[in-house]
Write a protein that binds this ligand. Structure first.
Ligand SMILES: Cc1cc2nc3c(=O)[nH]c(=O)nc-3n(C[C@H](O)[C@H](O)[C@H](O)COP(=O)(O)OP(=O)(O)OC[C@H]3O[C@@H](n4cnc5c(N)ncnc54)[C@H](O)[C@@H]3O)c2cc1C
Length: 383
């Protein structure tokens, strides 16, 4: 058992840390206040190859593991979750295509996603099918060489800007998990309407959207699910990929918590009340120690879960444990760090107010805390 990072991992992490501090940190408030996508950050991330970190070199990626990929994402999340989310999301869609797509599709699309030429969204959740992802009703019906897509999606991140929506649809008349597959729906398809969902709490540099499909015609060659999609186990296959994305949510939460913690620690070293520094007050010192314990535990859980996936031995229960611990921890830690700033922490002039709002999404998306606990309980009580 080895918990040490390699020299290459340290170098990668330090480069991402420098980029985050030198370039992303001071701009983070702008994406939140103006509710605009960090376009210039994405351009830079593409130039640095960060969108292809976890993708095979034969498709233009760096061929690194998930541990390396999330070391980078964690550093960016410390200062700007909206920008970290770009690296996370745009590493996931090429991974789905690389795992399930036809070779021709992989070669055609993955290099374009990594370079930023093509952007993807992932559209699974529906108004009546959230936690119960197998209850989706959006349908893909064969019509000659095409499929006709009908239905509705909700909460699709980047759905308003994505060139391709990776849509989970029901291909056959069956119910439940069988027959669910994925198909790429281009943004300019006739019959596709997109509405941005307003009044978002945090991560305002990314938008969530409703997608309406009214007889949207898509070539059958856009199907990502291998084999006969009507009898596919695409849903089950998708869950395999989501083992890693849910740990990714945990790592992003870890990053935000660490960023908030560092700000609080630095402030406590200079702020004085009652003739002493906050850093010298026993009660506050213990609050910091408690947070440190939780952060260290989250880091160990997340990277152990990612290392298991990299080693080809994914542990779905550990992935759920890591997600729940890290995301719930980050909510508590960002709030406690905000408390260290007293009244100043309540205002948006400091990043704490944004961090508290931003991190809230991570206990919800990628599988809620409660559904992850169901999965953990099923592991404890099999059958
Ligand atoms: C910011 C944001 C970005 C998102 N991005 C995407 C995206 O890009 N693509 C996409 O497809 N989706 C996306 N989602 C959707 C997200 O995955 C869902 O919101 C999530 O899966 C929960 O579904 P729901 O909102 O319908 O809640 P529901 O499933 O209705 O759950 C409501 C509550 O009941 C609880 N609950 C549900 N079932 C159980 C159960 N069996 N036992 C105990 N408790 C239960 C839940 O934990 C929750 O607290 C995003 C959501 C957010 C907030």
């Amino acid at each position: 058992m080895n918990f040490e990072l390699t020299a290459q991992q340290v170098e990668l992490r330090d480069a991402a840390r420098k980029l985050a501090n030198d370039v992303f940190k001071d701009k983070a408030a702008r994406w939140d206040r103006e509710e605009v996508f960090p376009e210039e950050n994405k351009k830079l991330l593409c130039e640095l190859g960060y969108l292809g970190l976890s993708i095979d070199e034969k498709y233009g990626g760096s061929g690194m593991g998930l541990v390396e990929t999330y070391l980078v994402i964690e550093e960016i999340a410390k200062v700007d979750l909206a920008t970290a989310l770009i690296v996370h999301e745009q590493n996931v869609s090429p991974r789905i295509i690389a795992t399930y797509g036809a070779e021709e599709m992989r070669q055609r699309l993955i290099p374009k996603i990594i370079s930023g030429e093509v952007e993807c969204s992932i559209a699974w959740t529906e108004p009546q099918a959230g936690s119960d992802g197998s209850a989706i009703t959006t349908s893909a019906t064969r019509d000659g060489d095409d499929y006709l897509i009908n239905g509705q999606k909700v909460f699709t991140t980047y759905g308003d800007r994505a060139d391709l929506n990776l849509v989970y649809a029901r291909f056959g008349p069956s119910k439940g998990a069988r027959g669910i597959g994925t198909i790429l729906v281009p943004k300019d398809s006739p019959g596709l309407t997109v509405h941005k969902i307003p009044y978002k709490m945090g991560v305002r540099g990314a938008s969530e959207n409703e997608l309406f499909f009214d007889n949207v015609r898509v070539p059958a060659s856009n199907v990502v699910t291998p084999g006969d999609p009507e009898n596919s186990r695409g849903f089950v296959a998708a869950l395999t990929i989501y083992n890693s994305t849910r740990v990714g949510m945990g790592v992003m939460a870890l990053g935000v918590a660490e960023g908030a913690f560092e700000l609080a620690r630095d402030y406590m070293l200079v702020r004085q009340q009652f003739g002493q520094r906050l850093a010298d007050m026993q009660g506050l010192r213990w609050m910091m120690a408690d947070m440190w314990i939780e952060i260290e535990a989250a880091r160990s859980l997340c990277y152990r879960a990612l290392a298991a996936i990299d080693a080809g031995k994914p542990d779905p229960c550990l992935s759920s444990v890591a997600k729940v611990h890290a995301t719930e921890m980050a909510q508590k830690v960002t709030l406690t760090c905000q408390q260290m700033f007293g009244g100043y922490g309540y205002f948006g002039l400091l990043p704490l107010e944004r961090m508290v709002r931003d991190v809230r999404m991570l206990t919800i998306t990628g599988g809620t805390t409660q559904t992850q606990k169901n999965a953990i309980a099923n592991h404890i009580f099999p059958g």
